[in-house]
Design a protein around this ligand. Structure first.
Ligand code: SF4
Length: 425
């Protein structure tokens, strides 16, 4: 089973016309994740700086939504005002949180000032409250359920869950997808991000553009041999893991890499179903139409929508999209077997798979083409996953093979007897 870029729609996003802007509010956090990209060195950003960065996004990025990230953004004392200001600027605020500090009261208050929704990051490589440590992903579905039920209960909000994918939990993805499908009325999407780390102490060293050698071990995403064994999964591996168990699922759009023409950095799919039955996934044509139409009608590309119910007019998409036709056929067969489902709404549920930066054999980093998670750092847009290289060293780092590999002492090299030398023709 193989993915082909030819059958996928390439998202039309770019540096200056990208539906997502990534706002870093704080680097403080109340839990610890193995896959975290951020060091805790600066604390909360002042509100005025945050507002300036939001105006920067408005001017240079043409965002549909602002992903409010950190650190843990709920720890920022001005989180409600930040959400209100994003809404005032005409962008949609999405809170990215580990959920630990979330209460119903805070959620209601954030909704009141314009919150679009919440994305919960939960996986088993997090150190959170003792009762949730050392759990399997299947057991953590209970925690995911607690959070999505809270969002559903407040109502009118978008909700997704995300997890970092390691070699040690990839086999549990189907159970998370199964849980998401069971909750299709309240889980708008699931995101799986493959674990990446910068290898250190493995014969690799890091240099700045002016040739200075630095200690990359200071970065939160540096790792030695033990942790590196948990890296290496690709978006296609995750896609195959899901597709093998769920034939109704398929991807329909992608973003490639900046250095490797073959890599798929963002792989996006949207499933359709009701509570109790999944019918199929939308195809590349629907994905293309939705992006182009939304941009034409609203001036930005689209990412997260509050409404996850399929309208009746979507039947028409079957005229141009064979995947949608197949999904409606499956729906018809299901309704004939279970007439009670006729009046159930059909929901959409996205699956996003992200393959974070890879180091190419020649030392170049293969980043996400048109990186949707660019953030503002000192007046420039940079990839948020590598912002700490700028914070610590003032630039991106380039890995290279270590130069201090010691050569054997010449006096220890045995002399070669002349007759053993092979004459060069
Ligand atoms: S390159 Fe951009 S989109 Fe890709 S992992 Fe890094 S920040 Fe996220």
């Amino acid at each position: 089973m193989q993915l082909s870029k030819r059958s996928l729609y390439r998202m039309p996003w770019s540096m200056n016309d990208n539906p997502i802007g990534w706002l870093e509010t704080t680097d403080k956090c109340n839990i610890h994740c193995l896959g975290c990209y951020r060091l805790q060195i600066a604390g909360h950003k002042p509100l005025e700086q945050i507002k300036e960065e939001l105006r920067f996004f408005k001017e240079w990025r043409n965002c549909y939504n602002i992903s409010i990230a950190g650190g843990e953004p709920l720890m920022h004392p001005d989180i409600v005002e930040i959400i209100r200001y994003i809404d005032e600027l005409g962008m949609k605020p999405l809170l990215l949180t580990n959920g630990r500090a979330l209460t119903r009261e805070v959620l209601v208050e954030m909704k009141r000032v314009g919150l679009l929704g919440v994305a919960f990051h939960v996986d088993k490589m997090q150190q959170r409250q003792p009762e949730w440590n050392h759990k399997t992903e299947v057991e953590l579905n209970e925690l995911r359920q607690y959070y999505v039920d809270m969002v559903h209960d407040v109502g009118g909000l978008y909700c997704n869950t995300g997890m970092t994918v390691y070699q040690s939990n990839v086999h549990e993805i189907p159970e998370v997808v199964r849980w998401g499908n069971r909750n299709i009325d309240r889980v708008h999407g699931m995101v799986f991000i493959t674990f990446r780390a910068a290898p250190v102490d493995l014969g690799i060293e890091y240099v700045t553009p002016d040739g200075a050698h630095v200690d990359a071990g200071e970065l939160s995403y540096s790792a030695g041999q033990g942790v590196m064994e948990d890296t290496g999964l690709t978006s296609e591996d995750v896609w195959r893991t899901i597709r093998t168990e769920f034939p109704h699922y398929d991807a329909s759009a992608y973003l490639g890499g900046t250095a490797n023409h073959a890599s798929i950095k963002w792989l996006l799919g949207v499933q359709a179903g009701v509570k109790g039955a999944m019918y199929g996934s939308i195809g590349a044509r629907t994905m293309e139409l939705s992006q182009v139409y939304y941009h034409w009608a609203h001036g930005t590309y689209l990412t997260y929508a509050r409404n996850n119910k399929l309208g009746f007019g979507s039947v028409l998409l079957g005229l141009v999209d064979p995947e949608v036709r197949a999904a409606f056929k499956a729906r018809l067969g299901d309704v004939l077997r279970h007439p009670g489902r006729l009046f159930q709404p059909i929901y959409l549920q996205s699956i996003g798979i992200i393959q974070a930066p890879d180091i190419m054999p020649d030392g170049r980093a293969d980043m996400c083409d048109s990186c949707p998670d660019m953030t503002v750092y000192e007046g420039n847009l940079i990839n948020s996953c590598r912002m700490d290289e700028w914070r610590l060293f003032g630039s991106f780092l380039t890995p290279q093979m270590a130069t201090d590999i010691s050569l054997p002492d010449e006096s220890n090299i045995p002399e070669i007897e002349e007759e053993t030398l092979i004459p060069v023709p």
